[in-house]
Design a protein around this ligand. Structure first.
Ligand code: F6R
Length: 237
């Protein structure tokens, strides 16, 4: 696991954008998983700039949301597809046909999850999983639990995640209780993993990841230790 310590949020974001740009330049049709949340916004801003400067071309790339809330549609303002559309897709020359999200409105979430996994596999799996980290050590919405899921699945969110994400809703009660997320296997099968972390509320998780080498299902990010190509870009010392 390679840690890159940066001095500021801007530097963290620029460094992550460089990694993603390099991947897309190496393989223009690369398959990416992309997260939402506060942390990657700067990276998306940097990618939009690099795209405008002609330094990276999104037109052939394939982009999969890491997760989506159950009960929210592609159009929903609090939904995760909308987030990526607003923060990245509408600013770059992406082919929207190549942007994907699990259908949060599906009548049968399990079936949707399976189809999502198959779609990723059908394109040869993820070339790069770009991730944030929850204060409880979740990646995607793979929450701390007795066991972890291999493939995309429907997860019941923990109270810690609901509280952390309440800021994006009018109140905590509005935060969906379930989500569809790519699984730990989907992530660990990616050829490359890039994770960004900043802010006081992530300090404990990053220190634990740094110091504790055990693999624990109650700390899902610890499983990244099994992967040969993980880069954690962080402002946390
Ligand atoms: C969201 C996702 C989550 C977030 C994590 C951190 O798509 O996959 O794992 O990356 O909850 O969120 P922020 O960046 O808002 O602290």
């Amino acid at each position: 696991m390679n840690f890159i310590l940066t001095d500021s949020y801007e530097q963290m974001s620029e460094t992550a954008a460089e990694f993603l740009t390099e991947e897309l330049n190496r393989k223009p049709s690369a398959v990416f998983a992309l997260p939402t949340g506060s942390t990657p916004i700067g990276t998306y801003r940097a990618l939009a700039r690099l795209n405008k400067e002609g330094k990276v071309d999104f037109s052939q790339g394939n982009f999969f949301n890491v997760d989506e809330y159950v009960g929210l549609s592609r159009e929903s303002e609090q939904g995760y597809y909308h987030f990526l559309y607003e923060n990245l897709y509408r600013h770059v020359n992406v082919d929207l046909e190549k942007t994907h999200v699990p259908d949060g409105m599906a009548e049968n979430p399990e079936q949707t999850a399976e189809q999502y996994e198959q779609m990723i596999d059908g394109l040869g799996g993820l070339d790069a999983a770009f991730l944030g980290i929850g204060r409880n050590g979740h990646i995607g919405f793979n929450e701390p639990a007795d066991s972890l899921h291999y493939a995309t699945y429907c997860v019941t969110l923990t109270q810690s995640t609901i509280e952390a994400n309440a800021r994006f809703f009018r109140n905590e009660g509005e935060v969906p209780k379930q989500a569809l997320t790519i699984g730990m296997g989907t992530i660990l099968k990616a050829k490359k993993i890039i994770l960004v972390a900043n802010g006081d509320d992530k300090e404990e998780a990053i220190h634990r990841l740094w110091e504790d080498t055990s693999l624990r299902t109650d700390f899902p990010v610890s499983f990244l230790r099994l992967h040969p190509d993980v880069t954690i870009i962080t402002t946390i010392k």
